[in-house]
Design a protein around this ligand. Structure first.
Ligand code: ZN
Length: 93
């Protein structure tokens, strides 16, 4: 694992912890930092990170709290509180 990858992992953890504590703005800050590190190092963000962050507002998504999850046509549809939607195939590892 490279230093950048470790940094992203760490930021993802921080974002998750902040979101869990109800500190949405702080979570967003960590999400943005992680995205920036990935961009600068031309890394792809881990799948888990991509799934649980909003592309539009950078929120760290917590289904049931700031996001809704629906299953539709073999897809998982996640709707953020900002109304942005993301779709993923249901069976995808
Ligand atoms: Zn959003």
């Amino acid at each position: 694992m490279t230093v950048a990858e470790e940094r992203i992992e760490r930021l993802a953890e921080l974002a998750r912890a902040a979101a869990r504590g109800g500190e949405d703005d702080r979570a967003r800050y960590y999400v943005r930092l992680a995205r920036r590190v990935a961009e600068r190092n031309r890394l792809v963000l881990p799948r888990k990170f991509r799934r649980f962050t909003c592309d539009d507002c950078d929120a760290y998504l917590r289904p049931g709290r700031n996001a809704r999850v629906r299953l539709r046509d073999g897809h998982v549809v996640i709707t953020c509180d900002c109304r942005a939607q993301a779709r993923y195939p249901y069976i995808d590892g």
